[in-house]
Design a protein around this ligand. Structure first.
Ligand code: BES
Ligand code: MN
Ligand code: ZN
Length: 484
């Protein structure tokens, strides 16, 4: 889908050729005298378009308007969240007629955040997955014009460009998240990462089982050993800043399928464990966005990727492995595999002398119990540097409409990870499972400033709308751009 930003009044937008014209109507009264604006004002007056974000009114062949279908969508206060819900509803409704060309016009002045929200919401509502369907019906919308009534300020233009780049990243993350595990093996994920290295300033290196063994990544290797698919360790670099500038390191959990291993998961909904690489997909997506935006910052992406399978060679409950950090781990539950692959990647991150490290993982079912599907879990230590990093991530999430919520972390919880046979157990005693998972990771991050995002509830949707969301690409991209 190609996006364009234009300066058009409602009257001018009504004269543009399109299959659907969507008019975003805010609370302030419309003063323009053209026929469409007058029609909107009268619909408002009659109470047919309530002033509540997301309310719609469909018009068919209104006089003097070129497109035969017009959808009025209320955006209330015009804030980003309101625009997001209005554009989602309007594009979802417009989709039914398979429009190719869509124009969305703001009837009142729009700020940068509103413009960005309109772009990401329109893309989200029109996305279709096609890769493994034999008769795929791709997304109908080919051209989407977003129109603002006043000449776009540099801030609005920048917000539009960044949002369009973020959409490319979100859609890459959705694509890899949605692909079934037999179409998204660690090897294929690594190929996708190599593909990103075609973008300017991006480099990619991929390590296999031999290199990983040589590095001493015993925890990562233990998870992979039950699978016929070889593991991959993906190292991406984006260099937009000075050579000696410390990078931000993003570490994404790349379990392409999580059966639970010997600690087998129940059959119901196990298919959804193909989404257990959504942390990795969010790193790929963020690099896609960086490649398009080319900001002046250095970023490293690390993706440990493998399957968690049940097999004669699989790791067993009670096995003790040695991580790259030297710390030994008693694997009490083979289904707590995410932290095992991440801990070695987090140790590997030390070599970049990072400004900050953020790991992103579909780590715990307990995070869904705590936060549901709206909010990602955020965990960091509690000191000045970490409070600042946490705040940056929370702010970026708010800004991007991709919110997170901070949990506590600390010594009391570390007590829960004691083992009689190793330095650490890979699961905690009952209670606070999301926090003890983060605590486990914390033991491998003492050499730098670090944050952990648990995206188990936000990376995909279940039920009828089953599919990857592309989150938290918006949060991560915004966080990085705010650092420039
Ligand atoms: N990938 C899962 C976490 C998960 C579960 C995400 C359900 C989304 C929905 C992770 O590897 C896992 O299995 N975690 C266990 C940890 C437990 C064994 C301590 C969990 O959450 O049950
Ligand atoms: Mn698991
Ligand atoms: Zn998992």
């Amino acid at each position: 889908m190609d996006f364009q930003l234009k300066t058009l009044t409602v009257a001018r937008a009504a004269a543009e050729k399109s299959d659907v014209l969507i008019v975003l109507v805010g609370s302030a009264p419309l003063t323009a005298k053209d026929p469409l604006s007058a029609l909107i004002a009268s619909a408002r007056k009659a109470g047919d378009l309530p002033d509540k974000a997301g309310k719609l009114l469909a018009l068919y062949r209104p006089e003097t308007v070129v497109p035969s279908r017009v959808l009025l969508a209320a955006i209330g206060d015009g804030k980003a969240a309101s625009v997001r819900s209005a554009v989602s509803a309007a594009v979802a409704a417009a989709k039914a007629n398979g429009p190719k060309r869509v124009v969305i016009v703001f009837a009142q002045p729009a700020d940068a955040a509103a413009v960005a929200a309109a772009v990401t919401a329109a893309a989200d509502a029109s996305y279709v997955y096609t890769t493994t369907k034999s008769k795929a019906e791709p997304r109908s919308i080919r051209h989407l014009t977003l129109a603002v009534s006043e000449a776009a300020s540099p801030a609005v233009t920048k917000a539009f460009d960044d949002a369009r780049a973020t959409v490319a990243g979100i859609e890459l993350a959705k694509e890899w998240g949605n692909r079934p595990a037999n179409h998204a093996t660690p090897t294929l994920l690594a190929e996708a990462a190599k593909g990103l290295a075609k973008l300017p300033r991006i480099k990619c290196e991929v390590l296999g089982p031999k290199e990983v063994d040589k590095l001493g990544m015993g925890a990562f290797a233990a998870v992979a050993q039950g699978s016929a698919e070889p593991l991959r360790f993906i190292v991406l670099r984006y260099q937009g800043g000075a050579k000696d500038e410390a990078p931000v390191v993003l570490v994404g959990k790349g379990i392409t399928f999580d059966t639970g291993g010997v600690s087998l998961k129940p059959a119901a909904e196990m298919d959804e464990m193909k989404f257990d690489m959504c942390g990795a997909a969010s790193v790929l997506g963020t690099f896609r966005a960086l490649g398009a935006i080319q900001p002046a910052i250095n970023v490293v992406g690390l993706i440990p990727s493998c399957e968690n399978m049940n097999d004669g060679k699989a790791v067993k409950p009670g096995d003790v492995v040695t991580s790259m950090s030297g710390q030994t781990i008693e694997i009490l539950n083979t289904d707590a595999e995410g932290r095992l692959i991440l801990c070695d990647a987090l140790t590997y991150a030390e070599r970049f002398k990072p400004a900050a490290v953020v790991d992103i993982a579909t780590l715990t079912g307990a995070c869904i119990i705590a936060l549901g599907h709206h909010t990602s879990g955020l965990f960091t230590r509690h000191d000045e540097a970490h409070d600042a990093l946490a705040q940056e991530l929370l702010d970026a999430g708010k800004q991007a409409g991709d919110v997170a919520w901070r949990f506590p972390l600390g010594e009391n919880y570390n007590e829960q990870l004691k083992s009689n046979f190793a330095d650490l157990a890979n699961i905690g005693t009952p209670g606070a499972a999301s926090i003890t998972a983060a605590c486990f990771l914390e033991n491998f991050t003492r050499k730098y400033t670090w944050a952990h995002l648990d995206i188990a509830g936000t990376a995909w949707k279940s039920g009828a709308a089953k599919g990857a969301t592309g989150r938290p690409v918006p949060l991560l991209t915004t966080f990085l751009l705010n650092r420039v």
